[in-house]
Design a protein around this ligand. Sequence first.
Ligand SMILES: [Zn+2]
Length: 241
Amino acid sequence: MRALSRLLTLLVAGFLVSCAAPGGGGGIGRDAWGHRPGPKGFRTVVIDAGHGGSDSGARSHATGAMEKDLALDMARRVKGELPGWRVVLLRDGDYFIDLDERVGMANRHGDAVLVSLHFNHGPSHLSGPETFYWRVDSHGLATRIQRNLASAIPDEHGNRGLVRRRLRLTRNPEIPCVLVECGYLSNSAEARRIENGAYRASLARAIAAAIKEQSAHGDAGTGPLPPPINAPMSRPTDAPE
Ligand SMILES: [Zn+2]
Protein backbone atom coordinates (compact mmCIF):
# COMPACT_ATOMS: atom_id res chain seq x y z
CA MET A 1 0.00 0.00 0.00
CA ARG A 2 2.79 2.34 0.94
CA ALA A 3 4.71 1.40 -2.22
CA LEU A 4 1.59 2.03 -4.28
CA SER A 5 1.03 5.46 -2.75
CA ARG A 6 4.70 6.30 -3.37
CA LEU A 7 4.31 5.28 -6.99
CA LEU A 8 1.20 7.42 -7.33
CA THR A 9 3.02 10.35 -5.74
CA LEU A 10 5.83 9.97 -8.27
CA LEU A 11 3.38 9.77 -11.16
CA VAL A 12 1.50 12.83 -9.96
CA ALA A 13 4.79 14.70 -9.42
CA GLY A 14 5.89 13.83 -12.95
CA PHE A 15 2.58 15.02 -14.33
CA LEU A 16 2.85 18.32 -12.46
CA VAL A 17 6.41 18.83 -13.65
CA SER A 18 5.40 18.26 -17.25
CA CYS A 19 2.48 20.68 -16.89
CA ALA A 20 4.24 23.31 -14.80
CA ALA A 21 4.21 26.70 -16.41
CA PRO A 22 7.63 28.28 -16.89
CA GLY A 23 8.56 30.56 -14.01
CA GLY A 24 8.06 34.27 -14.23
CA GLY A 25 6.52 37.31 -12.73
CA GLY A 26 6.53 36.05 -9.17
CA GLY A 27 3.25 34.24 -9.82
CA ILE A 28 2.05 32.22 -6.93
CA GLY A 29 -0.01 29.34 -8.17
CA ARG A 30 1.25 25.91 -7.27
CA ASP A 31 4.40 24.76 -8.98
CA ALA A 32 6.18 21.46 -8.45
CA TRP A 33 9.70 22.85 -8.94
CA GLY A 34 9.64 26.45 -7.75
CA HIS A 35 12.05 27.66 -10.44
CA ARG A 36 10.63 31.18 -10.42
CA PRO A 37 10.95 34.41 -8.46
CA GLY A 38 9.50 34.58 -4.98
CA PRO A 39 5.84 35.49 -4.48
CA LYS A 40 4.37 38.93 -3.94
CA GLY A 41 0.85 39.95 -2.92
CA PHE A 42 -0.14 36.69 -1.22
CA ARG A 43 -2.42 36.79 1.83
CA THR A 44 -2.43 33.13 2.90
CA VAL A 45 0.19 31.56 5.13
CA VAL A 46 0.34 27.87 5.98
CA ILE A 47 2.15 27.35 9.27
CA ASP A 48 3.54 23.97 10.24
CA ALA A 49 4.36 23.42 13.91
CA GLY A 50 7.12 20.80 13.72
CA HIS A 51 6.83 17.37 15.37
CA GLY A 52 3.89 16.57 17.72
CA GLY A 53 2.37 13.65 19.60
CA SER A 54 4.83 10.76 20.00
CA ASP A 55 7.46 12.80 18.13
CA SER A 56 8.65 15.32 20.73
CA GLY A 57 11.57 16.65 18.68
CA ALA A 58 14.46 18.12 20.62
CA ARG A 59 14.34 18.54 24.40
CA SER A 60 16.25 21.04 26.50
CA HIS A 61 18.26 19.60 29.38
CA ALA A 62 18.32 23.07 30.93
CA THR A 63 14.58 23.72 31.00
CA GLY A 64 12.94 20.38 30.11
CA ALA A 65 11.02 22.12 27.32
CA MET A 66 10.09 20.03 24.30
CA GLU A 67 10.43 21.23 20.72
CA LYS A 68 6.92 20.06 19.76
CA ASP A 69 5.32 22.30 22.42
CA LEU A 70 7.46 25.33 21.61
CA ALA A 71 6.85 24.91 17.87
CA LEU A 72 3.07 24.88 18.41
CA ASP A 73 3.33 27.91 20.69
CA MET A 74 5.31 29.73 17.99
CA ALA A 75 2.81 28.74 15.29
CA ARG A 76 -0.03 30.25 17.31
CA ARG A 77 1.99 33.38 18.03
CA VAL A 78 2.90 33.91 14.37
CA LYS A 79 -0.77 33.51 13.50
CA GLY A 80 -1.60 36.13 16.13
CA GLU A 81 0.85 38.52 14.46
CA LEU A 82 -0.98 38.26 11.13
CA PRO A 83 -4.43 39.77 11.72
CA GLY A 84 -6.46 40.06 8.54
CA TRP A 85 -4.48 37.27 6.88
CA ARG A 86 -5.70 33.79 6.11
CA VAL A 87 -3.51 31.63 8.35
CA VAL A 88 -3.74 27.83 8.26
CA LEU A 89 -2.13 25.83 11.06
CA LEU A 90 -1.31 22.31 9.84
CA ARG A 91 -1.22 21.18 13.47
CA ASP A 92 -3.17 22.90 16.24
CA GLY A 93 -2.73 20.37 19.03
CA ASP A 94 -0.35 17.75 20.35
CA TYR A 95 -0.60 15.04 17.71
CA PHE A 96 1.67 13.57 15.06
CA ILE A 97 1.35 14.21 11.33
CA ASP A 98 3.65 12.45 8.85
CA LEU A 99 5.88 14.83 6.87
CA ASP A 100 4.49 13.66 3.51
CA GLU A 101 0.99 14.26 4.83
CA ARG A 102 1.99 17.79 5.89
CA VAL A 103 3.17 18.39 2.32
CA GLY A 104 -0.19 17.16 0.99
CA MET A 105 -2.08 19.43 3.39
CA ALA A 106 0.02 22.45 2.34
CA ASN A 107 -0.58 21.66 -1.33
CA ARG A 108 -4.31 22.28 -0.89
CA HIS A 109 -3.49 25.98 -0.80
CA GLY A 110 -2.47 27.53 -4.10
CA ASP A 111 -1.85 31.15 -3.29
CA ALA A 112 0.18 30.72 -0.17
CA VAL A 113 3.56 30.22 1.43
CA LEU A 114 4.48 27.49 3.91
CA VAL A 115 6.55 28.16 7.02
CA SER A 116 7.60 25.17 9.13
CA LEU A 117 8.66 26.06 12.68
CA HIS A 118 11.24 24.14 14.69
CA PHE A 119 13.84 24.51 17.42
CA ASN A 120 17.34 23.18 16.94
CA HIS A 121 19.68 20.81 18.70
CA GLY A 122 23.39 20.17 18.25
CA PRO A 123 26.72 20.66 20.05
CA SER A 124 26.12 22.80 23.15
CA HIS A 125 28.17 25.80 21.96
CA LEU A 126 25.93 26.42 18.92
CA SER A 127 23.25 29.10 19.18
CA GLY A 128 21.17 31.31 16.93
CA PRO A 129 18.61 30.96 14.16
CA GLU A 130 18.89 28.86 11.00
CA THR A 131 16.57 29.00 8.00
CA PHE A 132 16.38 26.29 5.36
CA TYR A 133 15.05 26.61 1.84
CA TRP A 134 15.52 24.76 -1.43
CA ARG A 135 13.33 26.25 -4.13
CA VAL A 136 14.28 29.40 -6.01
CA ASP A 137 10.87 30.92 -5.14
CA SER A 138 11.57 30.45 -1.43
CA HIS A 139 14.92 32.24 -1.29
CA GLY A 140 13.51 35.73 -0.69
CA LEU A 141 11.22 34.68 2.17
CA ALA A 142 13.98 32.57 3.75
CA THR A 143 16.43 35.48 3.50
CA ARG A 144 13.93 37.83 5.14
CA ILE A 145 13.09 35.40 7.96
CA GLN A 146 16.76 34.67 8.71
CA ARG A 147 17.62 38.38 8.63
CA ASN A 148 14.77 39.36 10.96
CA LEU A 149 15.43 36.51 13.39
CA ALA A 150 19.14 37.31 13.49
CA SER A 151 18.32 40.83 14.61
CA ALA A 152 15.82 39.58 17.23
CA ILE A 153 18.16 36.91 18.67
CA PRO A 154 20.94 38.36 20.82
CA ASP A 155 23.65 35.68 20.45
CA GLU A 156 24.75 33.62 17.48
CA HIS A 157 27.59 31.12 17.70
CA GLY A 158 28.51 28.73 14.92
CA ASN A 159 25.00 28.57 13.49
CA ARG A 160 24.73 28.03 9.75
CA GLY A 161 22.38 30.96 9.05
CA LEU A 162 20.60 30.69 5.73
CA VAL A 163 21.02 27.19 4.27
CA ARG A 164 19.88 25.71 0.98
CA ARG A 165 18.97 22.13 1.82
CA ARG A 166 16.69 19.61 0.16
CA LEU A 167 14.29 18.43 2.85
CA ARG A 168 10.79 17.06 2.54
CA LEU A 169 9.35 20.40 3.67
CA THR A 170 11.67 22.51 1.49
CA ARG A 171 11.65 20.47 -1.74
CA ASN A 172 8.34 18.64 -1.90
CA PRO A 173 5.59 21.24 -1.39
CA GLU A 174 4.24 22.93 -4.52
CA ILE A 175 4.24 26.36 -2.89
CA PRO A 176 7.13 28.50 -1.61
CA CYS A 177 8.29 26.88 1.62
CA VAL A 178 10.88 27.44 4.31
CA LEU A 179 11.87 25.58 7.47
CA VAL A 180 12.91 27.76 10.39
CA GLU A 181 14.97 26.67 13.39
CA CYS A 182 14.19 29.38 15.97
CA GLY A 183 17.25 28.71 18.16
CA TYR A 184 19.10 25.84 19.86
CA LEU A 185 17.44 24.00 22.74
CA SER A 186 20.80 22.25 23.26
CA ASN A 187 22.39 25.56 24.28
CA SER A 188 21.36 26.22 27.90
CA ALA A 189 21.53 30.01 27.67
CA GLU A 190 19.46 30.05 24.50
CA ALA A 191 17.01 27.44 25.89
CA ARG A 192 16.43 29.66 28.93
CA ARG A 193 15.70 32.65 26.70
CA ILE A 194 13.30 30.52 24.64
CA GLU A 195 11.48 29.59 27.86
CA ASN A 196 10.43 33.23 28.15
CA GLY A 197 7.09 34.02 26.48
CA ALA A 198 8.01 37.64 25.74
CA TYR A 199 11.13 36.42 23.93
CA ARG A 200 9.11 33.94 21.87
CA ALA A 201 6.69 36.78 21.06
CA SER A 202 9.61 38.78 19.67
CA LEU A 203 10.64 35.82 17.48
CA ALA A 204 7.06 35.45 16.23
CA ARG A 205 6.93 39.17 15.38
CA ALA A 206 10.21 38.84 13.45
CA ILE A 207 8.88 35.92 11.40
CA ALA A 208 5.51 37.58 10.75
CA ALA A 209 7.26 40.80 9.70
CA ALA A 210 9.34 38.83 7.17
CA ILE A 211 6.16 37.28 5.72
CA LYS A 212 4.54 40.73 5.41
CA GLU A 213 7.71 42.16 3.81
CA GLN A 214 7.83 39.35 1.25
CA SER A 215 4.17 39.89 0.35
CA ALA A 216 4.68 43.66 0.04
CA HIS A 217 8.00 43.67 -1.84
CA GLY A 218 8.53 40.23 -3.40
CA ASP A 219 12.24 39.44 -3.63
CA ALA A 220 13.36 43.09 -3.77
CA GLY A 221 16.34 43.63 -1.51
CA THR A 222 17.01 39.94 -0.83
CA GLY A 223 19.97 39.55 -3.19
CA PRO A 224 20.40 37.50 -6.34
CA LEU A 225 18.23 34.43 -6.81
CA PRO A 226 20.01 31.09 -6.46
CA PRO A 227 20.31 28.92 -9.58
CA PRO A 228 17.51 26.43 -10.23
CA ILE A 229 18.45 22.86 -9.33
CA ASN A 230 16.62 19.88 -10.74
CA ALA A 231 16.58 17.42 -7.89
CA PRO A 232 14.13 14.65 -7.08
CA MET A 233 11.61 14.79 -4.27
CA SER A 234 13.12 14.36 -0.83
CA ARG A 235 12.43 10.93 0.68
CA PRO A 236 12.32 9.74 4.31
CA THR A 237 15.60 7.90 3.68
CA ASP A 238 17.49 11.02 2.52
CA ALA A 239 18.64 12.55 5.79
CA PRO A 240 17.32 13.24 9.27
CA GLU A 241 15.19 16.36 9.47
ZN1 LIG B 1 12.51 19.88 14.55
